[in-house]
Design a protein around this ligand. Sequence first.
Ligand code: PEP
Length: 251
Amino acid sequence: MSRRKLAAGNWKMNGTGAALAELETLIAGHADPDVEILICPPATLLYRAAQLAANAPLQIGAQDCHPEDAGAHTGDISAAMLADAGATHVILGHSERRENHDESSELTRAKAKTAISTGLTAIICLGESLTQREAANTLDIIAGQLSISVPDASTAENTVIAYEPIWAIGTGLTPSVAQIDEVHDFIRTRLVARFGPQIGNGIRLLYGGSVKPGNAAEIFATDNVDGALVGGASLKAADFSPIIAALEASA
Ligand code: PEP
């Protein structure tokens, strides 16, 4: 089954208005209909980023949402607010949320359900720590996170899974292609077993963790890698563009 490629950038807590110039450069440089490009800036930039990207082949996403539709939750942002600001996607269950905010797979699923029912695409992150990998527990950890974090409402259109080994995020370390291949194949098999071939083979799988212009092509050549979730190297168009180009070349 052919799946549309996705290059997603996670700006995390980086960027003020001046950073929007990077989006203009990306928009000017890419127009391949086979590759979807997404930037997830901080919430403060969502509206302006979405305005700038309107009618351009660039989508804008958020980095988190609250599981409830509205209410007394000081400082939180609902999925409906994100959509209203122009977001089409939301990253959920990122390891930095799981670690820094003690977020569980159960909470990730609740957020994903709300995001999906609001019309957003949920990008659900999974990944093992170095200790878990060294103890040969990677596939068990991924199986647990996958089965709990992904809601029953998931389809190929409303859900993307990002495999992000925690030890590879922001460290410059990456798993071998064989290790990425093993985990992505495992996730694919589990999705097909749970959702059937149509949905299970349709949900896109991204790799994330120190993707750079220099390693993107070999990662994108891996079966069941449908694109990347990129942190540090998505902040500057000069770094993200060659990664997008590598994905375009693989499409
Ligand atoms: C991320 O945080 O999602 C990520 C993949 O970061 P980096 O590319 O900087 O490792």
